[in-house]
Design a protein around this ligand. Structure first.
Ligand SMILES: [Zn+2]
Length: 330
């Protein structure tokens, strides 16, 4: 069967020729990705050997992911994360070696080569390590959830010869491999954090026993980053549950599940509930190349989805449109 995770574009010609060509391109992309992935199982330059604790984090995250998929009834075979996929670096080396990559939380992931690069702390930073012990596990869980989310690639044939390969989907995040334009980035981060919180909170007793987590740390699981994004997701969950006359747990499960399976059609509820154009607003939330430039607009988008009052929403929508149209003029 052809790999449905690779979308091929830019191929022209008769249908039969086109299909054959697309199939050849898909195999080529698969081969390239596999080679990249195998290479990234070897240690990186500047990487430090994993500590017992870090190996225990990887093991724990693997178990939590297995459980999460089981609870959501999503079939999965084999391991999610091989310890060799995870690479730990001292903070300064990570920043120097990957200066062009913006860290997400404590590290970053790459869907193409499936590597996870995380910050490590040395002995001289022991005090910091104690403070961040659970944070390190949370960060690894966060990046791993991104990594095992539904992913799709696009292979675009340019001028009949050159092949551009890029990420097209990662969870709910939709990206244009050509322009880099993103959609649903902020929403996706909110869903990842909530998934992280729920899967870790199930393991509270183990986290206390194995990683010395305090009650306060357990209470704060998942709340170190993307707080507003999580508020946005919960605002939608409340509204969707009301609209579909179902429990919020059910509405949230569907959203969490979708990030892993790729189902997105259920997001159409957003337009049905809030009115046409609302899903587009959701897609824009924290999806700019530099979200700091659009903080004001993104705050208005959050307020829009939190509001119960149609008149207030219309007013907020007007303000958002004003900001957008000013940007177009500039
Ligand atoms: Zn993230």
């Amino acid at each position: 069967m052809e790999n449905p995770k690779i979308i091929v574009s830019g191929v022209t010609g008769d249908t039969s020729v086109k299909e054959e060509m697309k199939s050849a391109i898909r195999s080529r992309v698969e081969k390239t990705l596999n080679t990249m992935r195998e290479e990234k199982l070897h240690p990186f330059e500047g990487e430090v050997e994993k500590t017992e604790k870090q190996l225990a984090y990887i093991d724990a995250v693997e178990r939590y992911l297995q459980k999460t998929f089981k609870i959501l009834n999503i079939p999965h075979e084999g391991r999610f994360i091989d310890p060799d996929q995870v690479h730990y670096f001292p903070k300064d080396i990570l920043e120097k070696n990957f200066s062009d990559i913006t860290c997400d939380v404590g590290g970053f992931f790459s869907t193409a080569d499936r590597a996870l690069c995380m910050k490590s702390y040395d002995d001289s930073e022991k005090e910091e390590l104690n403070k961040t012990e659970i944070r390190d596990l949370e960060n690894l869980a966060h990046e791993s959830i991104h990594l095992v989310s539904h992913s799709k690639f696009q292979a675009n044939l340019v001028s009949g010869t050159k092949l551009n390969i890029g990420n097209y989907r990662t969870g709910y995040l939709v990206q244009s491999p050509e322009s880099g334009e993103m959609k649903f980035n902020g929403f996706n981060e909110g869903v990842v954090c909530i998934t992280e919180r729920l899967s870790l909170i199930n393991e509270a007793e183990e986290l206390k026993r194995q990683f010395n987590a305090t009650d306060k740390q357990i209470e704060n699981l998942g709340y170190d980053a993307y707080i507003q994004n999580q508020m946005l997701v919960y605002a939608l969950v409340g509204k969707i549950a009301e609209y579909r006359k179902e429990s919020p747990v059910r509405a949230l499960s569907r959203i969490i599940r979708g990030q892993f399976t790729g189902e997105m059609m259920h997001l159409r509820d957003v337009d049905d509930i809030y009115g046409n154009g609302s899903l587009d607003l959701l897609a824009k939330y924290q999806s700019s190349k530099d979200p700091r430039m659009n903080r004001d607009r993104d705050d208005l988008i959050l307020a829009y989805f939190q509001s119960d009052d149609q008149e207030e929403r219309d007013d907020l929508k007007k303000k958002i449109d004003d900001i957008e149209s000013k940007k177009e003029i500039n």
